[in-house]
Ligand binder design. Structure first.
Ligand code: VG1
Ligand code: CO
Length: 544
């Protein structure tokens, strides 16, 4: 095999964010930009010689070109086997599973998740390690360090690989295997859930469903699993053809961007169950007939009911949630005497806890839930979990949630996102908050007295690594919280997120609208941050 040593100049902006390196497609299309980052990853990895690498992406614009480049750089860097999803496709959770199942050294996932796709939109790349999970910070820091001084990369010279035909092909001593992107994942789902029960519930019409794949990666997965294996009708799966530009949409499963689904689910003849997933298949939104399940509640409900699912019938070892996720799951953990961990935002922080068996379930407020079956959050898994619960409990989504609130109380929750804020303005807002932290404790604002105010830091209990500056927390004596964070996945300016939560024990007050119930906290969040005033925004871009 001819290997070319290509001279290059380093870029100074290849710092991975919450989940990999995400930039505009145009940035990735600059000469050497992608190749530099891939070589920077490989330079940071010891012992890769002779190993197996998994490659796949969410199918967005530039996926195929990127994969051809990665194949050649991986071959030149000593990998001996490349496992690639057919047509270059793999959902993020499926990629995680394939890394684990075939004991690969690692994997490269091409996705900018829920960010829009197309020539003028976003692209992304991330590296997952041998446990199937996103590379921890010590790796991503090393990738960035390497990228800053890179002067050359190694690239093999051979024709583009045919990604369409299943099977193995050889390029000298490198074996390239094209696999069906759905097979292994579908098999895993059938092991976790009660597919017979689900088939009966769907064929008898006890469950009628609508799944929105948002023209992204979950289309083929939903068709196989929900359609072929569980018998859901074709018209119950919408936007199920993956498109390179996601149909011009924003594949973020929330009530704003999954509007078609939301409209159906809030109509009079809504099906019993609705769900959507995101660009790369790791997020989920769950809806009942005229009912929205807050992701933080979804995690708590899963934890409380896990034993009804075959894979978790013997119980769960513990739970974890990201810091801004509501404390609903903490209440379940307390009641069931389970360990409960609070981690920074991003799935990479759950990996060690899952590997060590400290937790079985984990989740984030951003429509992400998952378990120890893979090392990524998993959209379709969450959908199947809910379907299995509904079929087993013979209760509607709304009844399951409201029962849960009656038992544990309700953590009324909302997140307000301000997208594409000018970077300097956003930094100013965060600094303004940081400057106040030392004096906030003990101050009273209306009904709320500040119990603590800090910047969240996390020490990993397994490897003791410490992550600082993981968001600003203002906690009140009644357990309410306001949290501020700058997003690490945006590609334009800065996105500021404000997370609001308040506990309500009284069942008579459980039916309140979250925005109404949180009105005073929302007001206070503005008073403390001056976010609207400083950014000139009248309201958030997205409220979930
Ligand atoms: C967002 C979410 C976070 C999630 C991350 C990756 O990050 O808030 O919870 O882990 O996206 O999800 P940020 O830094 O923008 O808040 V995905 O589905 O984009 O891979
Ligand atoms: Co995603």
């Amino acid at each position: 095999m001819n290997i070319n040593t290509q001279a290059t100049e380093s870029f100074d902006d290849q710092k991975p964010g919450t989940s990999g390196l995400r930039k505009k497609v145009k940035t990735f299309q600059q000469p050497h930009y992608l190749a530099n980052f891939v070589q920077s990853i490989f330079n940071a990895l010891d012992d890769k010689q002779g190993k197996t690498l998994v490659i796949g992406g969410d199918g967005r614009y530039f996926n195929r070109e990127a994969i051809q480049i990665i194949i050649k750089i991986a071959a030149a860097n000593g990998f001996k086997k490349l496992i690639i999803g057919q047509d270059g496709l793999l959902s993020t959770p499926a990629a995680s599973h394939i890394i684990r199942k075939y004991q690969a050294f690692g994997g490269i996932i091409l996705s900018a998740s829920h960010n829009p796709a197309g020539p003028n939109e976003d692209f992304g790349i991330k590296y997952n390690v041998s446990n199937g999970g996103p590379a921890p910070e010590k790796y991503t820091d090393a990738f960035f360090e390497n990228s800053k001084t890179l002067t050359e990369y190694q690239i093999a010279e051979f024709d583009d690989i045919d990604l369409n035909h299943l099977g193995e092909q050889q390029q000298d001593d490198v074996c390239i295997q094209i696999i069906d992107p759905v097979d292994d994942y579908a098999e895993l789902m059938a092991e976790i859930f009660d597919f017979d029960l689900l088939k009966r519930a769907i064929s008898s019409n006890y469950i009628s469903l609508r799944f929105d794949a948002m023209h992204a990666i979950t289309g083929p997965y939903a068709k196989r699993i929900l359609g072929e294996l569980l018998g859901a009708s074709a018209d119950s799966l919408i936007n199920a053809e993956p498109l390179e530009d996601f149909g011009g949409g924003h594949p973020d499963p929330n009530l704003v961007y999954a509007k078609e689904l939301a409209d159906t689910m809030f109509s009079d003849d809504a099906p019993t169950f609705g769900a959507a997933s995101d660009g790369d298949g790791d997020r989920n939104m769950v809806l009942g007939k005229q009912f929205f399940v807050t992701p933080s509640d979804s995690l708590a409900i899963m934890a409380a009911n896990a034993q009804l699912i075959p894979a978790y019938k013997d119980g769960i070892s513990g739970v974890a949630r990201s810091m801004p996720t509501s404390q609903a799951v903490d209440r379940v953990a307390k009641a069931y005497n389970l360990p409960c961990y609070e981690t920074p935002t991003g799935w990479k922080y759950f990996g060690n806890l899952l590997d060590a068996g400290h937790i079985t379930l984990c989740g984030e407020e951003s429509f992400g839930t998952g378990s120890n079956h893979v090392r990524e959050k998993d959209g379709l898994w969450a959908v199947l979990f809910w379907l299995n619960l509904i079929a087993k409990k013979r209760q509607s989504v709304a009844d399951i949630v409201q029962d849960h609130w009656r038992t544990f109380g309700r953590d009324i929750y909302s997140r307000h996102d301000y997208e594409a804020v000018e970077t300097e303005t956003a930094n100013g807002i965060m600094q303004h908050l940081i400057d106040q932290l030392a004096d906030l404790k003990g101050q009273t604002f209306g009904d709320y007295t500040v119990e603590y105010a800090d910047e969240f830091s996390y020490q990993d209990p397994i490897d003791d690594s410490i992550s600082h500056h993981q968001g600003i927390r203002i906690g009140f004596e009644d357990g309410s919280r306001i949290i501020y964070r700058a997003s690490g996945t945006g590609t334009v300016g800065a996105t500021l997120r404000v997370y609001l939560e308040k506990f309500e024990a009284d069942p008579a007050k459980h039916h309140q609208d979250a925005q109404d119930a949180l009105a005073e906290l929302i007001e206070l969040a503005e008073q403390l941050s001056e976010l609207k005033q400083r950014s000139g925004r009248e309201q958030p871009t997205v409220i979930t």
